[in-house]
Design a protein around this ligand. Structure first.
Ligand SMILES: [Zn+2]
Length: 86
């Protein structure tokens, strides 16, 4: 990370159960709001964080999703249709 990026960083403390508050400005910029799921990734020298987008648990599609079952799994209508006709 270069000095220019480091100067733009907002610093927050981690609490006793490892929670951290995402700065409001970043929530606004990236469209993160209450109830959204956040995906974390290990980038080797830092932790990546992004708004999680649900995908079909069978084909990975991000489009035309429905939630099924008690576990509320996402499945696309195409896969749902294939299962229905099997
Ligand atoms: Zn699918």
């Amino acid at each position: 990370m270069d000095i220019q990026n480091e100067n733009r960083m907002e610093v927050r403390s981690v609490d006793e159960v490892a929670r951290v508050i995402i700065p409001r400005s970043l929530c606004t910029k990236y469209g993160i709001s209450e109830g959204d799921e956040i995906a974390f990734s290990d980038e080797g020298s830092f932790i990546g964080l992004r708004k999680h987008r649900s995908s079909c648990c069978i084909c990975g599609s991000l489009e035309d999703l429905i939630l099924i079952g008690e576990a509320r799994k996402s499945i696309c209508r195409g896969c749902a249709s294939e299962i229905k006709s099997a």
